[in-house]
Design a protein around this ligand. Sequence first.
Ligand SMILES: NC(=O)c1ccc[n+]([C@@H]2O[C@H](COP(=O)([O-])OP(=O)(O)OC[C@H]3O[C@@H](n4cnc5c(N)ncnc54)[C@H](OP(=O)(O)O)[C@@H]3O)[C@@H](O)[C@H]2O)c1
Length: 306
Amino acid sequence: MRAITLQELGAAPALAGDLPQPGPRPGEVLVRVRASSVNGFDKMAAAGMLKGRMEYRFPVVLGKDFAGTVEAVGDGPTRLGIGDTVFGVVMKPYLRDGAWAEILAVGDQYGITWVPEGLDLPIAGALGLAGTAAVDAVDAVAPRPDETVLIAGATGGVGALAIQYAAAAGARVIATARPGAATDFVRQLGAAEAVDYTADLSGQVRALAPDGVPAVVHLAGDGAQLAGLLTPDGRLASTIGFGPDQHPAATSIMASPEPATLDRLASDVVAGRLRVPITRRYDLAEVPQALADFSGALGKLGITVP
Ligand SMILES: NC(=O)c1ccc[n+]([C@@H]2O[C@H](COP(=O)([O-])OP(=O)(O)OC[C@H]3O[C@@H](n4cnc5c(N)ncnc54)[C@H](OP(=O)(O)O)[C@@H]3O)[C@@H](O)[C@H]2O)c1
C-alpha cells in the first residue's frame, strides 16, 4: 500500500509505494482511509521530536487523524462492523501505524466512532485531534456567559474550533491573530476581539480587560505571560504543557478522543454549530508539502487519500 513514512530519525517523510498492508489484531479494525489532516503532533513526530517520549518502530507511517470505511475486523467481538464509516485519532502508544496510508489498523473502542449522516469525510478527517483538544481545553476553563476568554494560538486548527466552543458558551472571546487575513479569520469564527501577538500582547489585552481575563486557552505563546493576565480566580488550560507546576491556575490538557467526545464534535458539525475551516487540501503524495506549509497556515490543512 501507499503511505507517508519516516524511515529513520533525521530522514525526511516521504511517500512509500510498497508497504505491506497491516492485518487487524483482535480488537482492531482495518480502515480504508479517505481523509486526514495535519496536526502539530505530526510535525513533531516527523521531525523526530518525540524520541524518548514514544517508541519509533520504523518504518513509521505518520498521521493521527483519519476518516474512512471499515474493511475488515479482527478476531473476537468488535464494536464496529465491516462497511461502517468511521473517523477518529490514532492513539497507539508507539509510532508505526499512522493514518497517512491507504489502510490503517486501529483499536475499535477508543479514538474512533461512526461518521453520522451529514458529516462529510474530508471534514471528519480534520476533526478528531484538533476537535478533541478544543473541547477538552474549553471544558477545562468552563467559560460562563459574558465571561471573557483569551485564546492564544486562535488561528490554528485547535484555536479555530476553540473560538467557536467558547463563543457558543456565551463568552466574549479575545483571539490572538496577526492583522489582516488572520484577524478576519478569527472574527468570522466568533471572536469579539483580536489582539496581535507580534506586538504588545499584554497591553492590548489589558486595554480590553483592565481587571484581567477569567479564562485563558493556551495553544501557543508564553504561558507565564498569559497566566499573568488572569483575574485572581482565573483558569488557564494549556495544550502545550503549561501546567500546575508552572502556575497554580494552569491545567495541562492531553486531548482524549473518547467516542463520546468525537460524537459530540460530529453532531455539532452536522447541526451547523461547528465549522471546521479547512483552508487548503493536499493529496497523500503531497503530505511533505503540507507539513512544510503547516506553520503559518490558518485553520486546518486537509489530506485526501485517493
Ligand atoms: N496536548 C494535546 O493533546 C494536544 C492536542 C492537539 C494539539 N496540541 C498542541 O496544541 C498546539 C495548537 O495546535 P494546532 O494544531 O492548532 O497548531 P497550529 O495550527 O500550529 O496553531 C498554532 C497557531 O498559533 C499561532 N501562534 C504562533 N505563535 C504564537 C504566539 N506566540 N501567540 C499566539 N499565537 C501564536 C500560529 O500562527 P502563525 O501562523 O502566526 O505562526 C498558529 O496559527 C500545538 O502546539 C499542538 O501540538 C496538543
